[in-house]
Design a protein around this ligand. Sequence first.
Ligand SMILES: Cc1ncc(COP(=O)(O)O)c(C=O)c1O
Length: 369
Amino acid sequence: MEKNILVTKSSMPELNEYVEEIKDIWETHWLTNMGSKHQRLQSELKDYLNVQNIELLTNGHMALELSMQAMKLKGEVITTPFTFASTTHAIVRNGLTPVFCDINPTDFTIDTTKIEALITDKTTAIVPVHVYGNVCNVDEIEKIAKKHNLKVIYDAAHTFGVKYNDRGIGSYGDASCFSFHATKVFNTIEGGAVCFNNQEFGQEIYRLKNFGIKDQETVDGIGANAKMNEFCAAMGLCNLKHVDREIEKRQKVVNRYRYNLSKIDGIQLNPVQDNVISNYAYFPIIIDEDNFGVNRDVIFENLKQYHITARKYFYPITNTFDCYNGTYNADNTPIALDISKRVLTLPLYADLEISEVDRICNIIRSFKK
Ligand SMILES: Cc1ncc(COP(=O)(O)O)c(C=O)c1O
């Protein structure tokens, strides 16, 4: 039987390496609450990501939720629906109203030419998403935010290690929220972080991730529990040692996909962006049924017959979710809606063999009519 190929495979260190890293926990009995591994990982990530400040958290979602809470945002927040549930949920769970801006059809990030028309006297922030690791038009977003006095919180869940114009991507905006989930380029099993420049914001995040506790007798914030534990931090310390090599291996996989699929009528590839050092996080393709002959769903289903799991990522878009009961109109974001019906992300992980990439591409080619 042919090997099962899943859409991703989590990066893990050698078992011995992890065991070595966690051994001293049996001496200290310090399992969580900002222990030494948490502190070490925080400092190593600050350097690696090339950012001024960073706070570690339990996951990327809490990074988004607590960043919005820490900024005391009110009213409306401009964002895109072409993202994971987390981005929109974080806005709504903060009691804020998401106002959906469309994406551009080439790199799937927020279309900055459409932001200003959505700004009202209730708008307090923009939450753009560096989707698939593609960098948003950060320069234009900064200009708009300055002009209208808005905060910018980037959903940087997909952009671990990405650089734009030689600057760590986490250094843009008022805050950038990373995910270290098991499926991401760098993982701490579950985990996340927020990067920022303003120290007071950092103190607020620190407090909010620890129940709003200021000191032993003062609780002056309605916080959550979003502390990264020592076992997750230990996984991060191990994975960080290998992440450059993992990204190199991903690059080889992506290059091979490009080589195989770039000249096929009816398949649009993720762009290569100028001045961006990529992390090769995802490999989305957009299918144009008129030119390819069959649609995305047919490719998705047929790949399964070959034990290959691709993912309709992101489908459905968040402004169509059942939980929002028709509150939002996806026709206001027609490009996001259209792309969501045509996108397929192909299997991608560091250890995916080139021969497997070739096989996946040959199978996709064979579907063409
Ligand atoms: C775009 C995006 N935002 C936010 C998140 C939430 O991150 P986490 O799973 O670490 O909570 C994810 C992924 O999981 C994501 O893909």
